[in-house]
Design a binder for this molecule. Structure first.
Ligand code: PXP
Length: 252
C-alpha cells in the first residue's frame, strides 16, 4: 500500500505541568507551541482536563488565537468541554475518557457502551465545524462502534505497546504491535482516518510510523522530557526524522 505522509502532532501538556509547578507563567505553553511549529510539528494537541492539572482554559483560548498550525483540543465528553469547544472552535477535538485519579489517559473510550451518549455529542461538535476523533484501544469492536458515532477519525491508544516496549518483552511487544497494525487496517477499511499516540518515544516510534494507514501521531511526554537534554526544537526534529525514515523504509 502507498503510504500517505505522516503528520506529527505535538502534545504540549507537560510544558504547562512545568509552568504550574511554580504557579507562574513560565514556561509558556503557547511559546512552546510556536517553537515546535517552527521545528516542523504539523499540529498542536492540548488536553484540558477537568482538574486543570496542566493546560488551563486560557491556554486553549490563546493557542487558538496565537498559533498558525491546527489545534487538536483533547477533552472528555462533558457538557463543560462542549461549551468551550463551541466557543473556541478548534480544528479538531479528540475525545478521551478521563478519571481524576489517573496519572495520564489510561485506556481508550468505551464507545461500545456509550453509543447513545457519544453519537449526539460527536454530531454537536461536527456541527460546530470541528473534526472529531475518538481515542480508542486497538480493539475492532470499539472501532466498529466509533464508526457508527459518525466521527471521521479514530486515534489508536498505543499505551499497551509502550508498556511492552518499556518492559523489553519481545512476545508482548509483538502482540501489542500486531493489535495496532490490525486495528489501523480495520479502521481504514471502514473509511476512518487513523491516528495513534501515547507513550511513543525515539525508541518505539518507528514500527508504528511505518503502518501505512496511520496518518498522524500525537506525542508529548517523551518530547518534553527529551527537551531537557537536547532542546525542544531538536527533540521534535529528531522525532520527525525517525518518523520520515520509518515511512520511507530508510534505516528501518
Ligand atoms: N494522544 C492522546 C489521546 C493522549 O491522551 C495523550 C496523552 O495525553 C497523547 C496522545 C500523548 O501521549 P504521550 O504524552 O505519552 O506522548
Amino acid at each position: 500500500m502507498k503510504k500517505p505522509p505522516l503528520r506529527l502532532g505535538v502534545n504540549i501538556d507537560h510544558i504547562a505541568t512545568i509552568r504550574n509547578a511554580r504557579g507562574d507563567d513560565h514556561p509558556d505553553p503557547v511559546r512552546a507551541a510556536n517553537l515546535v511549529a517552527s521545528a516542523g510539528a504539523d499540529s498542536i494537541t492540548a488536553h484540558l482536563r477537568e482538574d486543570r492539572r496542566h493546560i488551563r482554559d486560557n491556554d486553549i483560548r490563546r493557542l487558538k488565537e496565537e498559533i498558525d498550525i491546527p489545534l487538536n483540543f483533547e477533552m472528555a465528553a462533558t457538557a463543560e468541554m462542549l461549551m468551550l469547544a463551541s466557543e473556541i472552535r478548534p480544528h479538531a477535538c479528540c475525545l478521551v475518557p478521563e478519571n481524576r485519579n489517573e496519572r495520564t489517559t489510561e485506556g481508550g473510550l468505551d464507545v461500545a457502551g456509550q453509543h447513545n451518549f457519544l453519537a449526539p455529542f460527536v454530531r454537536e461538535l461536527t456541527d460546530f465545524g470541528v473534526r472529531v476523533s475518538l481515542f480508542v484501544d486497538p480493539d475492532q469492536g470499539q472501532i466498529e462502534k466509533a464508526k457508527l458515532t459518525g466521527a471521521p477519525v479514530i486515534e489508536i491508544h498505543t499505551g499497551a505497546y509502550y508498556e511492552a516496549c518499556a518492559a523489553t518483552q519481545p512476545d508482548r511487544i509483538e502482540k501489542e504491535f500486531k493489535l495496532i497494525q490490525e486495528a489501523a487496517q480495520f479502521a481504514a477499511e471502514l473509511g476512518l482516518e487513523v491516528h495513534a499516540g501515547h507513550g511513543l518515544t525515539f525508541h518505539n516510534v518507528q514500527p508504528v510510523a511505518a503502518i501505512p494507514q496511520i496518518v498522524e501521531l500525537n506525542i508529548g511526554h517523551f518530547l518534553v522530557g527529551e527537551a531537557v537534554f537536547m532542546g525542544l526544537a531538536e527533540s521534535v526534529k529528531e522525532m520527525k526524522r525517525l518518523m520520515a525514515d520509518a515511512r520511507t523504509g530508510a534505516h528501518y
